[in-house]
Design a protein around this ligand. Structure first.
Ligand SMILES: [Zn+2]
Ligand SMILES: [Zn+2]
Length: 142
């Protein structure tokens, strides 16, 4: 597997863009974080490492990372787009609490298989899917 930095460099070259120290640092910071980050949250981490990088640069770079397939945008239905590293990672889906915003990563072989079967029944080759289950978490139900 290619290193994420190489994947990003190649993607940028295809878009007639250059790998820059700033873009490299933003990619590196994103890959180091666990979980699901909004652009604003990533910016906080990036700023700690290089205070000269602006929020707009982080936002635009995150968009490029998403378009390059290195990170995946997530919609937890609260109006904030979050991202998680997806390159070379195993697939998972998400349970979202509508009260506190907590998310839990889930994977069920039966559901995964049924999705493939359903797509095939309609003549589709499944390329990807995102499943979000929205509800109220155990803590919020107390
Ligand atoms: Zn909750
Ligand atoms: Zn996740």
């Amino acid at each position: 597997m290619k290193a994420p930095q190489d994947v990003f460099t190649e993607y940028l070259a295809n878009e007639n863009l250059k790998m820059t120290p700033q873009r490299r640092l933003i990619l590196d910071t994103m890959l180091k974080q666990e979980g699901h980050l909004s652009s604003e949250e990533l910016y906080v981490y990036v700023k700690k490492r290089d205070s000269s990088i602006g929020q707009a640069t982080v936002y635009r770079t995150l968009k490029l990372l998403s378009d390059s397939g290195l990170v995946e945008p997530l919609d937890f239905a609260d109006g904030v787009t979050r991202y998680e590293p997806s390159y070379g990672k195993d697939h998972h889906d998400h349970l979202i609490c509508e009260r506190c915003g907590k998310n839990i990563e889930i994977l069920d072989d039966t559901i995964e298989r049924r999705q493939e079967e359903l797509a095939a029944e309609h003549g589709f080759t499944l390329l990807k899917h995102k499943m979000y289950l929205y509800g109220i978490c155990a803590d919020c139900r107390k």
